[in-house]
Design a binder for this molecule. Structure first.
Ligand SMILES: Cc1cc2nc3c(=O)[nH]c(=O)nc-3n(C[C@H](O)[C@H](O)[C@H](O)COP(=O)(O)O)c2cc1C
Length: 220
């Protein structure tokens, strides 16, 4: 399997949400997805429980049904203040224009979701509304690192991914599409997957970590 040969630092700083640069016409080989999932299951889990489940969706009818739910959710979400970053009181001009680009890109994905070659739905046993044991933080932390590992492995193999959650507004309907037992299993995300058009991606502009880091004592 061909890999890009990125350094760990390059991989960690250039794994972006890819929406507009997905090759919708090029299928993703199942073996490639399986290979990325082998890295996903190397991730940590609370009590080493490894309760993760991954549902890969490549069936056109099922993708179209999920894309419809996603579009419905997007129409609701895009009218909310949170979608434009308007709720962020300290958003700088740079941040605001970055947010507008994200919105444009996300809107493109919403329109074209049915065309993505594959979708990955990471799931956990139990309902997020009723987490057991050590609670929601443990439940989420037992699936999110593995999913991110999948996304990193995908990037190294020339695949682009995007973490999405909007279909979860209609999670029960999505569960019905995929035969997921909704009462017993929570969907955590819908990760879009496809070969990227070009492989050059760059680090994002972010506030330096020092501006969000304290040592020993919380500062206001
Ligand atoms: C919890 C979570 C939910 C997200 N939901 C969506 C989504 O529903 N649709 C979408 O297009 N992007 C979604 N994103 C992607 C973010 O918009 C993206 O990570 C952010 O704009 C930064 O861009 P980057 O990942 O390219 O650095 C989500 C990301 C996270 C972590």
């Amino acid at each position: 399997m061909t890999t890009l040969g990125l350094s760990a630092d390059e991989l960690l700083s250039t794994t972006r949400s890819v929406r507009k640069r997905i090759d919708f016409d090029r299928p993703v080989e199942p073996a490639l997805i399986e290979e990325c999932l082998e890295f996903a299951v190397q991730a940590p889990t609370g009590s080493n429980r490894q309760g993760w489940r991954f549902l890969v969706v490549t069936d056109d009818d099922k993708k179209a049904a999920l894309a419809d739910l996603y579009r419905r959710g997007w129409e609701l979400y895009s009218t909310m203040p949170a979608s434009t970053g308007a709720t962020r009181t300290k958003a700088s001009d740079d941040r605001a224009s970055q947010q507008m680009r994200v919105l444009d890109s996300a809107s493109y994905l919403a329109e074209n979701m049915y065309r993505v070659p594959a979708m990955l739905i990471p799931c956990m046993p139990g309902r997020v509304e009723h987490p057991t044991g050590t609670g929601i933080a443990s439940m989420m932390a037992s699936i999110i690192p593995s999913t991110w590992s999948f996304m990193l492995a995908a990037r190294e193999r020339g695949l682009g991914t995007c973490w999405t959650t909007i279909h979860l507004m209609f999670e029960e309907e999505a569960a019905a599409v995929l035969d997921i037992p909704f009462e017993k299993v929570s969907q955590i995300a819908l990760i879009t997957v496809g070969h990227t058009i070009g492989t050059d991606f760059t680090p994002a502009t972010r506030s330096p970590a020092s501006t969000v880091t304290d040592w020993n004592t919380w500062t206001a």
